[in-house]
Design a protein around this ligand. Structure first.
Ligand code: IMP
Ligand code: MG
Length: 179
């Protein structure tokens, strides 16, 4: 039942991530002071796989970001654990890694906050972009693939903390939603 609605298979994910790792490694070939900033929790699996395939030196920082309540974006973005990050971002080349570009509130707010920290450069790498009109614009420099406008789970993405461990990306069907 779960497999019926697979939108991105395990094999497709592997290919997407290999290609992205190559693209990102090439883009930062001659760049020092690269910091990968991973947005938790959703991008954890994606970032682990991507970063392990990257062919250059970098630091990794994590930032917990939340805006969702169930399957709805609240539009209010909370950044947690960023107090000492500001210092680590100054003058560095920041690669933001996120799972999905949906309404855009998360990336829009995060990018605005990052700018205040005085980075040398900021680029974004996102696994999925939903094909919708985003409420807030955000420039995506490296994109895995696009998906239709459905709520998805798996490969790090959750519904109320469930289903992150699925090795593929699947549409959340009503029978999977536990009341
Ligand atoms: P945005 O702020 O609406 O662009 O959403 C960004 C964040 O919401 C992402 O980083 C995800 O963590 C979460 N999100 C958005 N859409 C989905 C989805 O379909 N499934 C799971 N998480 C989602
Ligand atoms: Mg997220």
């Amino acid at each position: 039942m779960m497999d019926d609605n697979i939108l991105v298979s395990t094999e497709q994910l592997e290919k997407i991530i290999c290609d992205l790792a190559e693209e990102v490694s090439l883009a930062y070939e001659n760049t020092d002071d690269l910091v990968a900033l991973v947005l938790l929790e959703g991008a954890k699996y994606f970032a682990n796989d991507l970063l392990s395939k990257m062919d250059l030196p970098f630091d990794v920082e994590y930032l917990k970001v939340s805006s969702y309540f169930g399957t709805t974006s609240t539009g209010i973005v909370t950044l947690n654990g960023h107090d000492d990050l500001q210092v680590k971002i100054r003058n560095k080349n920041i690669l933001v890694i996120d799972d999905i570009y949906d309404t855009g509130h998360t990336l829009f707010n995060l990018l605005a906050w990052l700018e205040q920290c005085g980075p040398q450069s900021v680029k974004t790498c996102v696994l999925l972009e939903k094909l919708i009109e985003h409420d807030k614009p955000a420039a995506i420099d490296f994109l895995g693939t696009t998906i239709e406008d459905v709520f998805v789970i798996g490969y790090g993405m959750d519904h109320d903390e469930q289903y992150r461990e699925l090795p593929f990306i699947v549409e959340l069907s009503s029978e999977l939603i536990e009341e």
